[in-house]
Design a protein around this ligand. Structure first.
Ligand code: BMA
Length: 406
């Protein structure tokens, strides 16, 4: 049977069995919703509940690190864990905002122009949100991004957020590495700590604004402080100590969860290229914070595919051991010159259980790089169609049917 068809059948079966479970064990589900009910029950009510709980424990399902994660976030987490064993979603940064030769055209995406389908994962960049600006460092309006995140959720796609936030100590950009004191200065007790909280407050407002019309929070994968194994951002390896970097993560997640009550976020830890599991984990903030393990890898020469293979191998082994989602969180290559780039990547990643592979943006303004995804008439289009048609890759139409939030 075609693998894609098989995935759909398995998913429908899963949803059906979950509905059945709910009908057979309504008490367990009530308990899950409100643990206080247990104390109010008389003993003969408690015994069946305990039995059912023991039964449930035997078949216990994975849970995200936030114990208060919303039901949709828990479902997304569980479904992504399961899905990565069956196929790899394709992602594109700013997919709905602009592409080669167009900006803000309703319903358009460069990828859709080539294969007639949207990506399954959509990346959104929120740099400059912290300044209170109306639009990002890539000139995309934040209110529009909120709208697209909602559109994507409604069609069953996955949203992931990156944040090239400004340097809170110097006022420079994310790439301002002139001081090694930045992370230290924004931690509790640091001279810029209160100022850093104003950055977080703006991000919290944005995240809290991600709601459906009936008030359900829309889960997102949030991937701050990425590529920290390199030293090109102010939070990079040579710019802060291990303790400072992990403390930055822990403070940030704690602030969002406990001060701002945000529970619809799955946190992603994503390095740049790495050569060992020890190196990968050196600055890991902890399993109690992180839900997704990722790495970013751009094609800068002939070692690309072997490096991709090594990193994917180490990453997926680690993710499986820890029970986390694994993904190539950013990638891109010389698709204008190498017209077999997509299938090269596909064959390299085929053996691994990766949730998604996301390519960076197709810039509508000068960016120092070309398009990372195919666009109408791009020379790699035929090769990308092969990538699209392969059973290993998943795009929007397939994952819409999988109801990742249920
Ligand atoms: C980089 C480039 C920049 C962009 C930044 C944030 O990789 O694409 O042009 O501003 O990402 O999206």
């Amino acid at each position: 049977m075609n693998v894609k068809k098989q995935i759909h059948i398995e998913y429908n079966f899963k949803i059906l069995s979950r509905k059945l479970e709910k009908q057979l064990f309504p008490e367990f589900f009530t308990f899950e919703l409100n643990s206080k009910i247990l104390t109010m029950k008389s003993l003969h009510h408690v015994i069946p509940v305990v039995l059912i709980l023991s039964l449930a424990a035997c078949t216990s399902q994975p849970v995200p690190s936030d114990p208060k994660a919303t039901p949709e976030t828990v479902n997304l987490y569980r479904n992504l864990l399961k899905l990565q064993e069956q196929g790899m979603m394709f992602g594109h940064e700013d997919a709905l905002a602009y592409g080669i030769g167009w900006v803000y055209e309703e319903g358009r995406s460069d990828v859709k122009d080539v294969v007639g389908d949207y990506p399954a994962v959509y990346g959104w960049e929120l740099g400059h949100l912290e300044l209170g600006d109306a639009y990002s460092l890539d000139s995309v309006h934040f209110d529009r991004i909120q709208g697209w995140i909602k559109t994507v959720y409604e069609r069953g796609g996955v949203n992931t957020i990156s944040w090239h936030l400004r340097n809170p100590l110097t006022g420079g950009s994310s790439w301002d590495t002139s001081s090694k004191e930045v992370v230290k200065s924004i931690l509790p007790g640091g001279e810029k700590h209160e100022f850093y909280k104003t950055y977080l407050d703006k991000m919290a407002n944005f995240l809290n604004g991600l709601k459906t019309d009936n008030g359900t929070f829309i889960p997102v994968i949030f991937r701050p402080y990425h590529e920290h194994t390199g030293s090109w951002f102010w939070w990079g390896k040579n710019l802060c100590t291990v303790e400072e970097y992990t403390a930055l993560w822990r403070f940030t997640v704690d602030y969002f969860q406990n001060e701002k009550g945000i529970h619809h976020v799955l946190y992603a830890y994503s390095t740049d290229r790495f050569t060992s599991t020890e190196e990968y984990l050196e600055r890991y903030p902890g399993d109690d914070m992180i839900n997704l393990l990722g790495f970013d890898l751009y094609d800068r020469g002939p070692d690309y595919l072997p490096t991709m293979k090594n990193c994917a191998e180490m990453l997926t082994a680690l993710a499986s051991e820890k029970g986390k989602i694994a993904a190539v969180t950013e990638a891109g290559g010389p698709i204008a010159q190498n017209h077999g780039w997509w299938t090269g990547v596909l064959e390299t990643l085929r053996p691994f259980d990766l949730s998604y592979f996301l390519v960076w943006r197709n810039p509508h303004q000068p960016a120092g790089h070309g398009a990372f995804a195919p666009y109408k008439g791009s020379p790699d289009s035929e090769n990308f169609k092969e990538f699209y048609n392969d059973p290993k890759t998943l795009f929007q139409k397939e994952i819409t049917r999988m109801n990742l939030y249920q």
